[in-house]
Design a protein around this ligand. Structure first.
Ligand code: HEC
Length: 125
């Protein structure tokens, strides 16, 4: 009986000590020589899970970041300056390091995608 108890408690001990290894996915920065697509690389940053479009949509806060209007809205409001990320509010404002936009900030990878797209000349592709 004692043996069984020891066996049982040691079993509990070992299972209790197991922990899951949380894998952090490291996403490599985008290759500046590979052209990004506004529609498939940038727009989902704004629209997935309503991340930005919850507030930045028609009739709400400018810029309108919905798929249909994002490009025009960014251009019209001068939220983006081709080849100059530091002058582009769409890059600087929700940037994780610099943000005063307390609502939502980019992940590092999202910021890198914006940075690369701007340096590739803000193409509507
Ligand atoms: C909960 C609502 C909300 C969400 C979500 C949100 N924003 Fe905003 N955003 C605002 C409000 C309100 C303002 C204007 C006031 C301010 O500066 O905070 C603003 C301002 C901005 C501005 C500057 C506009 C200007 O005229 O200066 C940019 C750029 C911007 N948001 C981008 C984004 C992006 C990109 C996302 C998604 C990553 C996002 N926002 C998510 C509410 C939101």
């Amino acid at each position: 009986m004692k043996k069984i108890l020891i066996l049982l408690s040691s079993l509990f001990f070992f299972t209790a000590c197991q922990y899951e290894v949380i894998k952090v996915e490291v996403i490599p920065p985008p290759d500046p020589n590979v052209e990004l697509s506004f529609a498939t690389d940038i727009v989902p940053i704004f629209t997935d899970g309503n991340r930005c479009t919850a507030c930045h949509s028609p009739g709400k806060t400018n810029p309108d970041l919905t798929a249909a209007n994002a490009y025009q809205s960014l251009m019209d409001g001068n939220f983006v300056v081709a080849n100059d990320p530091s002058a582009s509010l769409i890059y600087t404002y929700p940037h994780p390091d610099a943000s005063t936009h307390r609502w939502k900030v980019y992940t590092v990878n999202q910021a890198e995608l914006l940075f690369t797209w701007i340096n590739q000349g803000v193409k509507n592709n």
